[in-house]
Design a protein around this ligand. Structure first.
Ligand SMILES: [Zn+2]
Length: 425
């Protein structure tokens, strides 16, 4: 049994705009076969595509192409336990696996950042997903139960391997025994990574960091944090040389060509030249190298992921100013996540509403300005036939706006504005 063997994380960046990771370690996840297409069914569908389109060549790219189409039609329920609110409410079995797993780059890291280790339920999600970390700490008796029959199944290759279900109660029992002793270690590591992420993406809007790039901030944090430095070197790296072109338009062109001609366009030189020139005229979408990493340390894995997210510079890990959750955004200055703040309002809507209020609380002169503004507007409304109120209001409004603009650009201060407000009532 390879329980104490190093687990490996493969990280492939086929496309900078659509990065994903391929990882492999012992993990407990939901058995989604009941609700998602099974591997068998998926394989069948892929097979069908090859047949219908009369394609003889079978390779990774073709498989991937067909799988994208299939998943678009039948979206999957996530198997990863990190992404559900409450494991108890999900009526699915838990399974043990040791297979390559393709996920969007950083999904596991994001799940980790958002856990609340003060709650056992959240520790349990972590324990399941990263169970390999705990094999040396689980009693032999319990471990044998978890692995019972797993070895026999290891002879099957990927898709034909039977699902290895593990009793939820057994897993919970193991996690409960470990919770108190593991909790604070995880809280501390999570804090370190939250600080690292906040630093790189300047989530706390620190002025002294605002003119630096994400990579520069990564570099600085790495240098000043000894703990990060220790994680940063704890891996073996290997890479495969080769070029990858996984552009979505290219993919759909291949498909159309197949439908049209019933032949394999990937061995058609003219088709390839035409597509390269059209979909990638400056050659930026073709990606070289396929890195693979091996490490025994989960936090080194998170470090590698975070490094690649920063390097890619297409997605940023932001912290929602309303609910405090970490989320991916394609803009570095996003403030609010897309989640629900309450039943009928999202964080985004709530955030926009309260930012006005916050401004008033932080700057009393601004609040005073809003008050006078409202009063003047009311006077105009109540006295539509008195021209004076209207002209005075319009003039005042214009000048006040100019004042606020000047404050924004540092030309004037709130003190001066305060004086002006008193003089111009
Ligand atoms: Zn939020």
């Amino acid at each position: 049994m390879a329980k104490n063997e190093s687990y490996s994380i493969k990280l492939n960046l086929y496309n900078g705009k659509n990065p994903f990771e391929l990882n492999k370690f012992y993990s407990i996840s939901f058995d989604t076969n009941k609700i998602n297409l099974s591997t068998k069914q998926t394989d069948k569908l892929v097979e069908q595509f090859y047949k219908e389109m009369n394609i003889k060549r079978k390779d990774e790219l073709m498989d991937d192409l067909f799988l994208t189409l299939i998943h678009k039609q039948f979206p999957n329920f996530p198997a990863n336990t990190l992404f559900v609110q409450d494991i108890e409410k999900i009526d699915l079995d838990l399974k043990l696996s040791y297979d390559y797993n393709k996920i969007a780059l950083g999904d596991n890291l994001m799940g980790f950042l958002n856990l609340d280790f003060y709650k056992f339920e959240d520790f349990f999600k972590f324990f399941c997903t990263f169970i390999f970390m705990y094999f040396i700490k689980i009693s032999k008796k319990q471990l044998n139960k978890i692995f019972k029959g797993f070895d026999e199944n290891i002879i099957y290759i990927d898709s034909k391997r039977p699902t290895h279900i593990v009793e939820k109660s057994l897993l919970k029992e193991c996690a409960k025994q470990l919770y108190e002793s593991e909790k604070y270690y995880l809280i501390e590591k999570q804090k370190l990574f939250r600080n690292f992420v906040d630093y790189i993406f300047n989530n706390n809007k620190e002025k002294r960091l605002s003119k630096l790039t994400n990579s520069q901030r990564f570099y600085i944090f790495q240098n000043i944090s000894e703990e990060i430095q220790n994680f940063a070197n704890n891996y073996i790296c290997d890479y495969t040389l080769g070029f990858w072109f996984n552009d979505p338009t290219f993919k759909s062109n291949i498909l159309n060509k197949i439908k049209e001609t019933l032949s394999d366009p990937l061995s058609n030189e003219n088709f390839l030249i035409e597509n390269m020139l059209k979909n990638d005229p400056d050659g930026k979408k073709i990606i070289g190298h396929k890195y693979s990493f091996e490490t025994n340390n989960l936090f080194t894995y998170f470090y590698i992921i975070l490094y690649h997210i920063t390097l890619n510079n297409v997605e940023y890990i932001k912290k929602c100013q309303v609910c405090g959750k970490y989320f991916f955004s394609d803009k570095n200055n996003t403030l609010y996540c897309n989640g629900k703040y309450s039943k009928d309002i999202t964080c985004k809507e709530y955030g926009k509403k309260t930012s006005q209020k916050r401004k008033e609380n932080e700057e009393p002169v601004y609040g005073k300005y809003r008050q006078i503004y409202a009063k003047k507007a009311m006077m105009v409304k109540r006295n539509p036939d008195i021209e004076y109120y209207k002209t005075n209001y319009e003039k005042w409004k214009k000048e006040a706006r100019q004042f606020i603009n000047d404050i924004k650009f540092g030309k004037k201060t709130y003190d001066e504005f305060n004086k002006w407000l008193d003089e111009n009532i």
